[in-house]
Write a protein that binds this ligand. Sequence first.
Ligand code: NAD
Length: 251
Amino acid sequence: MGNLAGKVAVVTGGGSGIGAASARRLALEGARVVVADIDGESAARVAAELPGEAEPVAADVSTEEGVESYIRAAVDRFGRIDLHHLNAGVLGTMAPLPDVDPADFDHVIAVNLRGPFLGLRAAFRRYREQDSGGAVVLTASISSLRGADDQLPYQTSKHGVLGLVHGAAMYGAPRGIRVNAVAPGLIPTAIFAGRTDTLGRRGGTIPMRRLGTADEIAGVVAFLLGDDSSYVTGEVVSADGGAFIVNTVVR
Ligand code: NAD
């Protein structure tokens, strides 16, 4: 049993990539895990392969019903929730600004920003009902911290995620609820399906000279959800092979 023995964790977007790696890592640390994803088959596949008890849920995080359904599934199966990794996300259009379709913008904001807002609200309500503390990690992005010329909706949504982290951390701190974010750099997952050129183009500038892995992000998530980070809240931890430094300190 690891650091998270006895805890119940929810991972959204848990059917693929970073979320699937996070679900595995949290399970290896001893947590019972609810794997929520809009793709119910992927969620079921990941949940079936976890080492501990797990519950898959088909849920759209951008809707109140979707969020309620994964909360209900966790409480029905495990009786409580201790940890949330609000991770589901989409990349959306890569069109330059003059060509961005407002419908694409709205979709990206709905999944990447409304989703974590609804997830945070539900987490805080659950902790209040349980009269407990808790921990939440949001998946931000290197795009939360710097500009790009071809992903305006995504970048806007991920900048917004930092607003959620800071506001929720302030509200949560006196209530024993910690809220942090991990900001991954470039991780080859299904989010780049059909867009491997993006990985190639941006990958060349990474100081560590390689892309990251989903497991390397999951390690940060486990740290931020576990007691080793008990005095850490409102923090954004970059896990990007040094990519953020390139555009900040080193010019
Ligand atoms: P992925 O495509 O492998 O996983 C995303 C998962 O989210 C998928 O399983 C998908 O079905 C699910 N999802 C999409 N819309 C949903 C919705 N409305 N409701 C519920 N689930 C939904 O991609 P990933 O790279 O693992 O992305 C996970 C998170 O990491 C995202 O928030 C993404 O923005 C972020 N991120 C990824 C990278 C990267 O380089 N891969 C970098 C920075 C941040």
